[in-house]
Design a binder for this molecule. Structure first.
Ligand code: NAP
Length: 549
């Protein structure tokens, strides 16, 4: 700004016309809790959701087999004793329809729908320096002005399809699991192709195999997976869980992953091979992420320990697949167990023993094109009625990139993050005033709601602090942001995961700029408790690192 004469006064900024004080973007797990906190404060706030109802991930992913990999009772919100008292989970790992019912239950209980607007896709967001407000444009042409924006966009909300030649010519049904049709298509007797073998496909494959006439799985790289070992929760068990809620959430707050699973702190080399085997047998046959998160810490940091454990899992896979050559195809050779996010499965490996299921090695014989009747690889043609592209997501930054976000002096977030996210504490991005992110990039990768609640419980008092002091603007300072970014990068060095060919390091072969080796520092790899201490320290120092005016 050149002339002080044109500078608005503080009171002009404070009184700047606006439709809302706060707009929350995204109506999933994080957005629902955030709008609840704002509603409790009586702030003029609204939540904008692009889809036609709330639920985010759990609204969209309606594929057969979609369910938690987190224990249901560690995934639910912890903020309301009433919700904890009133809601009964029916399975250890809740299926998608139950989770969506749960999110609706919470929303309706607190009468939050009146603060939500659906079918509202935000297409642009420009910051106005003169009034310290954001102007949001929606796909329906509306324009809204707000002081503060809180993003709750999800980390896996932009599905990526591959770019095979001829995809548009296919005459059957084809979709990404995120867009699975709400009126479940009848797959009985159908010829179905599933492309990809990530956590999503690993949930879908056993379910589709039960009904399809023929299922063909196109696997580029095999993925380590371990049994979910789901079980029902009856009334008596639910009562026991309910009595333990305080302890459950205290444990989740203490563990790196935000689960009840705690790492085995014994030193790997101090434990005899027999004892290691004993632990692994117990974990493999136990529920959920125990096999990953209750393991020795060295599994994540030491190549030799990881190799020994991976050999153990390979042996378990061999014992479940009848055809020896096929078993070898299902065992990853390019990375160790737990280096990528571990999919949990229910009968996945046994599915390949079925006569109606075939595995095609897409590395040996890549898909060349999609044809009107199916697809063609380098050595064969296939006929299909349905093709499922379970080919992953534009993780973390994809949902931000979809919005034209322009902050201070026209700075575009898309440009700032062209090579990956750079944030202050995973909460703010310098140059993007009055914008705060929930469970965004560079926050701890934990059991999602545990991280989301932590973020909302940080953001809400932060906004109260601004209101109490009459501040109309905040922005993260550049130097502390660089310092945080370096810390996030450093955290990748000590863990094998840092080299993974995975969405966590930003790899996605279907997206330009996301090639393997161009690491994007998407997560804070130091674990939940350490992350929580960092953001609490910022509060304790009076929001050091953030300019308030
Ligand atoms: P993903 O892990 O990124 O897997 C994508 C799969 O598609 C990979 O097997 C990949 O092969 C393959 N692929 C991608 N492009 C391809 C192409 N052009 N040709 C052939 N194959 C291609 O994605 P996801 O399975 O959707 O899982 C993403 C994340 O979602 C999970 O890691 C998890 O965090 C979350 N999720 C959670 C749950 C749960 O909590 N219950 C369930 C499902 C998913 P390459 O490996 O060779 O690239």
């Amino acid at each position: 700004m050149n002339s002080t004469a044109t500078q608005p006064t503080d009171s002009a900024r404070a009184n700047a016309a606006r439709d809302y004080e706060v707009i929350v973007i995204g109506g999933g797990v994080a957005g629902i809790y955030q709008i609840k906190r704002l509603a409790d404060l009586g702030v003029k706030a609204t939540l904008l959701e692009a889809h036609s109802d709330l639920g985010g991930t759990w609204y969209n992913n309606r594929y057969p087999g979609a369910r938690f990999d987190s224990e249901s009772f560690t995934y639910g919100y912890s903020f309301s004793k009433e919700v904890l008292d009133e809601w009964d989970w029916t399975e250890w790992y809740s299926p998608q329809p139950e989770t969506l019912r749960y999110l609706n239950f919470v929303t309706n209980k607190f009468d939050l729908r009146k603060h939500m607007q659906f079918n509202c896709r935000v297409t642009s967001m420009h910051f106005d320096e003169h009034t310290d407000t954001w102007r949001l444009t929606l796909a329906d042409g509306r324009s809204l002005r707000t002081r503060f924006v809180i993003t709750a966009l999800g980390i896996l909300s932009i599905p990526t399809r591959p770019a095979f030649a001829g995809m548009e010519t296919f005459k059957g049904l084809s979709f990404h699991p995120y867009d699975w049709p709400h009126d479940q298509p009848d797959l009985s007797g159908k010829r179905v192709a599933i492309i990809g073998t990530g956590a999503t496909a690993i949930q879908i494959i056993p379910e589709v195999a039960k009904v399809a006439g023929r299922l063909t799985v196109f696997q580029r790289r095999p993925n380590w997976a371990a049994p979910l070992n789901n079980a029902k929760i009856d009334k008596a068990e639910m009562a026991k869980i309910r009595a333990r809620y305080d302890e459950i959430f205290a444990t989740c707050a203490r563990t790196p992953g935000g689960f009840e699973h705690e790492p085995d702190r014994r030193v790997f080399s101090d434990v005899s091979p027999e004892e290691r085997r004993e632990l692994w047998d117990r974990l493999y046959d136990g529920p959920g992420f125990g096999i990953w998160l209750q393991n020795f810490v060295e599994i994540f940091t030491d190549e030799a320990a990881n190799a020994e454990f991976s050999a153990y899992i390979a042996e378990r896979i061999r014992s479940r697949v009848s055809d020896k050559a096929l078993a070898e195809k299902l065992i990853p050779k390019d990375h160790g167990f737990g280096i990528q996010r571990v999919p949990l499965e229910t009968g996945y490996f046994e599915t390949y023993n079925r006569d109606n299921v075939e595995l095609v090695d897409s590395q040996a014989t890549p898909i060349e094109e999609i044809t009107p009747g199916g697809l063609r690889t380098t050595d064969r043609s296939f006929e299909f009625d349905v093709i499922v592209y379970a080919t992953g997501f534009d993780s973390f930054t994809g949902a931000f990139d979809k919005i034209d976000i322009q902050g201070s002096n026209g700075l575009k977030l898309r440009d700032k993050w062209a090579d990956g996210p750079i944030t202050f504490l995973g909460l703010m991005a310098s140059g993007m005033p009055n914008l705060v992110m929930l469970a965004g990039p560079q926050t701890a990768a934990t059991n999602f709601p545990r991280g989301a609640e932590l973020a909302v419980d940080w953001v809400t008092p932060f906004l109260e602090h601004l209101w109490q002091h009459g501040y109309t603007r905040f922005d993260a300072q550049a130097a502390p942001e660089q310092h945080w970014h370096q810390h996030v990068k450093d955290m990748y060095q000590g863990v094998l995961m840092g080299k993974a060919k995975s969405w966590i390091t930003g790899y996605n072969g279907n997206l330009e700029g996301h090639e393997y080796g161009k690491t994007r520092y998407n997560i804070y790899a130091g674990g939940g408790p350490k992350y929580a201490r960092s953001i609490q320290k910022c509060v304790a120092t009076g929001y050091e690192g953030v300019d308030l005016s």
